[in-house]
Design a protein around this ligand. Structure first.
Ligand code: SAH
Length: 427
């Protein structure tokens, strides 16, 4: 079904195999290892378990070249391979604009350069496990990672947009009570290449599908997706280094070339990271607010006990927002919990003075939670209240519910069928 991926080389190495991967990675790396200088264990859990190192290597020590940002690739080409600086741009374009699968394809590089690259680096692609298509046209891509973990991306076609909802971690540590991804706990961070390959590969698949039914290529065929949102699995700001590295391959005009206006990162509200995020990248920020007072928010989002609403809103007010930019506040609506006009009034007061737009998300019901979505009439009244007071307020339509691709549903379906036969397409 997905011809574009079937020939993808399956990478099955395990970066944690052997003692070198447990703990002091940089020290343990052999001298001359191309990645030693940039390798950086960045996230640890109790017991010294390394969740994710910055740059990955295969078992023969070759570097995952797609996990380097532009500057990193330049350093690699110059310092490790002894090449001229401008060669990095050629490689960068081959990787992110032409989706090269091998260094041999890079025909504007001399053969010895290609041979050096081949020896020191490899080109990673995500391995597709399953692709499910919803009756509404939404597609869920389930990727199998080299260590057996799985993550998902969801492609959502709309009239004039094609939005990809991306994942940043396997599972999530934030433990929001209503969210099924939270049930997994955090397994590990995604590497930069595992993040940036999501739009690249879904884009390739989209073009292949269009061609297969005789449709012309969309404008900018290598990049048919129009919008990216980090609203899939994981807390992106909990993986901010890899996120920012991947954004280089997403935004750079000689890479995937997305406009920062078309990319949105959604966070539970990790307050210290919000400022860092704004300093490091120009993309849009969305905050999962979900409540208008601390008692309510404490009950559903543990993060609020660490950084409460006052701290969060203060951080938002301090953000240097360029002209015309607003922060999106997502507000999941639960029946009988936060869906009254009193809640709307409190939300309005809370966001006074913030350049905000509100996105109401009626809760997506599921068999794992005894939580109900509000009546449509209550959602409409809530929206009308805010709208009448000049708030920009939209309601998110539920998409892909039949394939468990809707907000908050990612990860769970797979968890249940793990070890069984792969899921089959429903659409
Ligand atoms: N960790 C980030 C990114 C995940 S985004 C964040 O929390 O923002 C996922 C969005 O879906 C969040 O706004 C979350 O509040 C919302 N969500 C989670 N479960 C949901 C559900 N069952 N129905 C509707 N929205 C849900």
């Amino acid at each position: 079904m997905l011809a574009a991926f079937t020939d993808a080389p399956a990478k099955r190495w395990d970066p944690w195999a052997g003692s070198a991967w447990n703990g002091a990675i940089a020290e343990a790396a052999p001298p001359g290892d191309p990645g030693a200088r940039v390798r950086d264990a960045q996230d640890k859990r109790g017991g010294g378990e390394v969740l994710m190192d910055r740059i990955w290597h295969d078992e023969s020590g070759r570097i995952d070249i797609k996990s380097l940002d532009r500057a990193g690739l330049e350093r690699f080409m110059v310092d490790e391979l002894g090449e001229k600086r401008f060669r990095a741009l050629q490689v960068w374009k081959w990787l992110w604009q032409r989706s090269a699968r091998s260094f041999d394809e890079m025909t504007d590089l001399a053969k010895p350069t290609r041979a050096k690259l081949e020896q020191a680096a490899f080109i990673s692609f995500l391995e597709l496990d399953t692709c499910l298509e919803s009756l509404d046209g939404t597609r869920k891509y389930l990727w199998r990672l080299h260590d057996g973990h799985r993550v998902e991306s969801v492609l959502i076609p709309d009239e004039d947009r094609l939005t990809l909802c991306m994942s940043s971690q396997v599972g999530c540590a934030m433990a929001c009570t209503f969210c099924l991804t939270g049930d997994l706990g955090l397994k590990r961070n995604l590497s930069p290449s595992e993040i940036a390959n999501q739009p690249l590969q879904v884009g390739l698949d989209e073009v292949a599908r269009r061609r297969a039914i005789g449709l012309p290529d969309p404008p900018g065929a290598y990049r048919p997706i129009t919008n990216l949102v980090f609203m899939g699995m994981g807390e992106p700001l909990h993986n901010i280094d890899n996120l920012c590295t991947s954004l280089d391959a997403i935004l750079h005009d000689h890479a995937q070339n997305y406009s920062h206006r078309k990319v949105t990162v959604s966070t539970v509200g990790l307050v210290p990271k919000i400022e860092e995020f704004a300093a490091r990248t120009p993309v849009n920020l969305a905050i999962s607010l979900n409540s208008s007072n601390n008692a309510q928010r404490d009950a559903i989002m543990p993060v609020n006990k660490r950084w409460d609403l006052e701290a969060l809103i203060e951080a938002c007010k301090r953000l240097p927002l360029p002209n015309g930019k607003r922060i999106t506040f997502e507000y999941v609506m639960f029946r009988g919990f936060n869906d009254t006009l009193d809640d709307a009034a409190r939300l309005f007061r809370l966001l006074k003075g913030v350049r905000a737009k509100i996105n109401l998300i009626p809760y997506n019901e599921n068999p794992h939670r005894d939580i109900r979505r509000p009546d449509d009439a209550d959602v409409k009244a809530f929206q009308a209240y805010l709208f009448a007071r000049g708030m920009n307020c939209t309601v998110r339509t539920t998409r892909g519910i039949d394939i468990s691709a809707a907000c908050g549903q990612l990860g769970k379906a797979r968890l249940q069928v793990d070890g069984l036969e792969p899921m089959v397409a429903t659409g």
